[in-house]
Design a protein around this ligand. Structure first.
Ligand SMILES: Nc1nc2c(ncn2[C@@H]2O[C@H](COP(=O)(O)OP(=O)(O)OP(=O)(O)O)[C@@H](O)[C@H]2O)c(=O)[nH]1
Ligand SMILES: [Mg+2]
Length: 206
């Protein structure tokens, strides 16, 4: 839930990185954490991992400056992608203001991408969050592997599988080398802040 403190002119919004296990959600946050100025980016907190698998969540706070004279703070979270951690995913989704769905370009993950996107909508609805009101962008990750022999999903196929009904912004990315990471973050931040300001619009002093 966006937190708005009018006495401090401050908006706090929550963006969750969602998607199948091993798709690259944590790697997105790590890239932002390593490359962003420390004035903007706070300390990354990783709660419970096993190897590189997230078992609970990752958290990264950003202080991105001012919009309409309001200080904007954004909190980035990741969920654990493994199917068995659904109750944790629901917990992390509570109060979400925007979602980045990180799809895995590996061909073997084709079905897992679709199932995870369905799981996102199911969980948003179960939690009464109104999926259609939450800004969403898609990220097609691991595009660097195009250079390899590993079978990948083509852009058209990813779009058909995941975005034909949604028709939301999408980004080809490689969280491992940073390609598309900031483009994705910029777009979801823009949409999320806009949506948060619209939601509270009626309550802001004129
Ligand atoms: N080649 C390549 N590997 C990537 C990329 N992004 C992530 N990986 C690798 O994929 C593996 C899984 O990445 P994570 O970021 O841990 O995936 P996750 O989505 O957080 O996974 P869960 O925590 O299990 O949900 C790691 O070994 C990463 O180094 C990418 O863009 N390209
Ligand atoms: Mg993770």
């Amino acid at each position: 839930m966006a937190f708005i403190d009018l006495s401090k002119n401050e908006i706090q919004a929550k963006i969750v990185y969602y998607g199948p296990g091993r798709g690259g959600k944590t790697t997105n946050l790590l890239y932002v954490h390593e490359s962003m100025s420390k004035q903007v980016c706070g300390k990354m907190v990783t709660i419970d991992t096993k190897g590189d698998r997230t078992l609970f969540f990752d958290f990264l706070p950003l202080n991105i400056g001012k919009v309409l004279n309001m200080t904007i703070r954004i909190q980035l979270y990741t969920v654990p992608g493994q199917v068995m951690y659904n109750s944790t995913r629901k917990l992390v989704l509570r109060g979400v203001d925007g979602v980045v769905f990180v799809a895995d370009s590996l061909r073997v993950q084709k079905q897992k991408n679709v199932e995870s996107l369905e799981n996102l909508f199911q969980n948003l609805n179960d939690e009464g969050l109104g999926a259609e009101r939450i800004p969403l962008v898609l990220q097609y990750n691991k595009r660097d592997l195009i250079q390899s022999n590993i079978p990948l999903l083509g852009l058209d196929e990813l779009q058909t599988d995941l975005n034909s009904d949604l028709n939301v912004p999408f980004f080809e990315a490689s969280a491992a080398n940073g390609q598309g990471v900031y483009e994705t973050l910029r777009e979801i931040s823009k949409r999320t802040i806009k949506s948060v300001i619209q939601k509270v619009g009626g309550e802001l002093p004129s």
